[in-house]
Design a protein around this ligand. Structure first.
Ligand code: SAM
Length: 219
């Protein structure tokens, strides 16, 4: 992701009706446990962590008006592009958060989230940074706290090393692999697939896309 400082982006984010107001890092957000009030309904809530410029989640929200979506992105300069798209669409079922995903439990109460999308997450190639990968067992433990009982995580990546790490971490954390493919676009999982910005770029270069869907083991 090319990051350019965009003058005024912080102020624009602060005043946007589509962005939930930020809370200091490490503090519980007032919205926690009150997402249904924010959306004005009790529809399921699906989140994308590291949504980038938002193409995927905006299309999801357009196609599924009875599902609520929350796009999460840590960089203002990227989030601003998603806000601009949402300004044109004005979808009532889509909100954004500017935050570091490590603090996700401060924003969603136990069982408040129905599904988590991770698309083309940063690979953090150095072993000493493995716990920063959004599919590490440390992150899966965080997702465990906010997902409803049968909630799932869907992950797509072009990176085979990150994919094999992620499959292993799911096992370490005691999650069940419901489905997985190393060639999404030539598998039955491609039905209804919505491409992300990175996915479009990598598949145009002929790279195969990996995907898994996991759920924690329910006794
Ligand atoms: N999901 C988009 C796609 O597939 O086109 C963007 C992929 S880009 C490689 C990864 C994005 O995730 C970046 O915009 C980055 O800022 C964001 N990101 C990475 N780690 C994050 C974290 N811990 N919390 C929030 N956002 C994160």
């Amino acid at each position: 992701m090319r990051l350019r400082n965009i003058p005024g982006s912080r102020d624009k984010i602060k005043s946007s009706p589509y962005v939930i107001t930020e809370t200091a890092m490490g503090e519980v957000w007032p919205i926690r446990g009150k997402w249904a009030d924010e959306f004005g309904n009790t529809h399921p809530i699906r989140i994308e962590i590291g949504m980038g410029k938002g193409a995927f989640i905006i299309e999801q929200a357009k196609q599924n008006p009875d599902i609520n979506y929350v796009g999460i992105e840590k960089f203002s300069s990227v989030l601003i592009r998603a806000i601009e798209k949402q300004e044109a669409e004005n979808l009532p079922n889509l909100k954004f958060l500017r935050m570091e995903a490590e603090y996700i439990e401060d924003v969603f109460a136990p069982g408040e989230v129905d599904r988590i999308y991770l698309n083309f997450s940063d690979p953090w190639p150095k072993e000493k940074h493995a716990k920063r990968r959004l599919t590490s067992h440390q992150f899966l433990d965080r997702y465990d706290k906010i997902l409803k009982e049968d909630g799932v995580v869907e992950f797509k990546t072009d990176n085979p090393d990150l994919f094999s790490f992620s499959l292993k971490e799911a096992a370490v954390a005691g999650w069940m692999i419901l489905d997985a493919t190393c060639d999404l676009h030539n598998s039955y999982l491609s039905e209804g697939n919505i491409m992300t910005e990175y996915e479009a770029k990598f598949s145009a270069l002929g790279q195969k896309i990996n995907k898994y869907i996991i759920r924690r083991n329910i006794e």
